[in-house]
Design a protein around this ligand. Structure first.
Ligand code: GAP
Length: 462
């Protein structure tokens, strides 16, 4: 299938109502985006699918919904307050702002930037060999460490004692509730705690549409188990993440698993794998990571809070701090990958063409569009809409020729269009048209639900 430019696809996403520029009537706000009606439906379907796959689908797992603003001591314990920095430089001429490590990576790929100390990065930047991508000059300010957590104040006073942070990851809401979940669910290890929610990072260089933003959604799991079983559960989640990504319908050639090199690993991690997607124009980008985190997080919280987060193993009657495997998905990135993968422009007969989003049926914003052939048939067609809306996301479309309406639905990925015509009044049948094949069939109104359910089922990658 053809690949289209990132710009062509994102323009389509904005004009058709998947995504809107944030605060648009005020001139926007630095790469912030709002999801429109189509994006919101797609996002909800994706969250549902993730929940069905990882929460309902894995007997050890439960889901919680912790607060975004947490006690600031959480972020001291995890090291975020001290270490969650990016190295920032400004071009002295045009004042463009960059991450120093990214600049060096792009212009000197032979250097092992991930393992360079701050002083080494600074020396490289000041050599006069790295140039500003915008103005071409090679003079930068010294590197400053930039704290990526958003800070705000809680309560009426705005002093040091009331500083709180917007969480930069959902994971810590899980770790601090580990004991609560074990106690209230009366579960034994292994236990997985899942969470979907917003995270915030004051990125220096947000960009590439919704790929890197300052406010984004994560779907994370912290999976707790007996130390020594790390490899087993790491492989378990690698397999599960693979089947989840397959279920989304992303094309194989655009997806890869990338194991981190030992030098890339955090000091507490035995192994990490990223799932990456080959985005049009921008190339491979991370969708999610699966990391072995050992006992790092629980240990830090134990030391800092003095709470006992050990687990008493009922089989061995010994106490230990559980180890953790963490599969962490970025919801917005996953959506962007899905939308890039689904976008297509097909040439049809008679020099005609159509934009079509080949989204998996269960993810498409609307499952069914109901179209009366004439406005005179609207009331009767509404009855069909009312019949189907209970089970499916439906849209009622009355404007333009049927051909135009088909094109509109193809362009937003609606798998089925149902036309109610003058014969429908007497034969109680409708024409149902499928998005990808464009095949049409006439079926009784009483059988539509069953027809669509079967089609949804057969379209599932299991
Ligand atoms: N708890 C581990 C953790 O947060 P991460 O690699 O920093 O790990 C996980 O983030 C996922 O969150 C990434 O793979 C990515 O999909 C998403 N993500 C991270 N920063 C993002 C940003 N600025 N914009 C959009 N998505 C982001």
């Amino acid at each position: 299938m053809n690949r289209f430019s990132f710009e062509e696809i994102t323009t389509h996403l904005i004009t058709s109502g998947f995504v809107y520029p944030g605060s648009e009537i005020y001139g926007g706000l630095a790469n912030s985006w709002d999801y429109g009606p189509l994006g919101t439906l797609l996002k909800n379907h994706l969250k549902n699918l993730w929940t069905r796959h990882f929460v309902r689908g894995i007997e050890y797992n439960v889901q919680i919904d912790p607060a975004i603003i947490m006690n600031p001591r959480v972020w001291e314990a995890t090291g975020h307050v001290a270490n969650f920095h990016d190295p920032l430089v400004d071009c002295k001429y045009c004042h463009s702002r960059y991450r120093a490590d990214d600049l060096i990576k792009d212009q000197k790929p032979e250097l092992d930037v991930d393992n360079m100390q701050l002083e080494e990065l600074n020396a490289e930047i000041q050599k006069g060999e790295i140039v500003c991508p915008k103005c071409g000059k090679a003079e930068f300010t010294p590197i400053r460490q930039f704290q990526m957590m958003f800070k705000t104040f809680m309560g009426v006073t705005e002093d040091k004692s009331s500083v709180v942070y917007l969480r930069p990851e959902t994971a810590q809401g899980i770790f601090v509730n580990f004991k609560n979940v074990l106690r209230t669910t009366r579960r034994k290890l292994p236990v997985g705690i899942c969470d979907i929610g917003k995270s915030f990072r004051n990125e220096i260089t947000p960009g590439n549409f919704t790929f890197r933003t300052r406010e984004f959604e994560q779907m994370e799991i912290e999976f707790f188990f007996k130390p020594g079983e790390d490899q087993k559960w790491f492989e378990f989640y690698k397999d599960n993440c693979k089947s989840f990504v397959e279920r989304l319908g992303l094309r194989d050639e655009n997806v890869r698993f990338r194991d981190h090199e030992p030098a890339e690993l955090a000091f507490y991690s035995q192994a990490t794998t990223d799932i990456e997607y080959d985005f049009p124009t921008m190339g491979w980008g991370e969708l999610m990571g699966i990391a072995c985190r050992g006992d790092y997080d629980l240990k830090r919280h134990m030391e800092s809070s003095k709470a006992d987060l050990t687990y008493l193993d009922p089989e061995t009657n010994t106490r230990y701090i559980p180890h953790v495997v963490e599969p962490s998905f970025g919801l917005d990135r996953l959506m962007l990958a899905l939308l890039c993968d689904a976008y297509d422009v097909e040439t049809l007969a008679d020099n005609d063409s159509r934009i079509v989003m080949h989204l998996a049926y269960e993810l498409a914003p609307y499952t069914v569009a109901i179209m009366p052939l004439s406005n005179k048939l609207s009331d009767k067609a509404k009855e069909v809409f009312n019949l189907l809306k209970v089970d499916f996301d439906c849209i009622f479309d009355t404007t333009g020729s049927i051909g135009k309406r088909y094109r509109r639905e193809d362009a937003i990925g609606t798998p089925f269009c149902i036309t109610y015509d003058f014969d429908s009044e007497t034969d109680h049948m409708v024409t149902i048209r499928e998005r990808d094949s464009m095949k049409q069939e006439r079926i009784p109104i009483t059988e539509i639900k069953e027809y669509i359910r079967k089609a949804l089922d057969s379209h599932l990658v299991k």
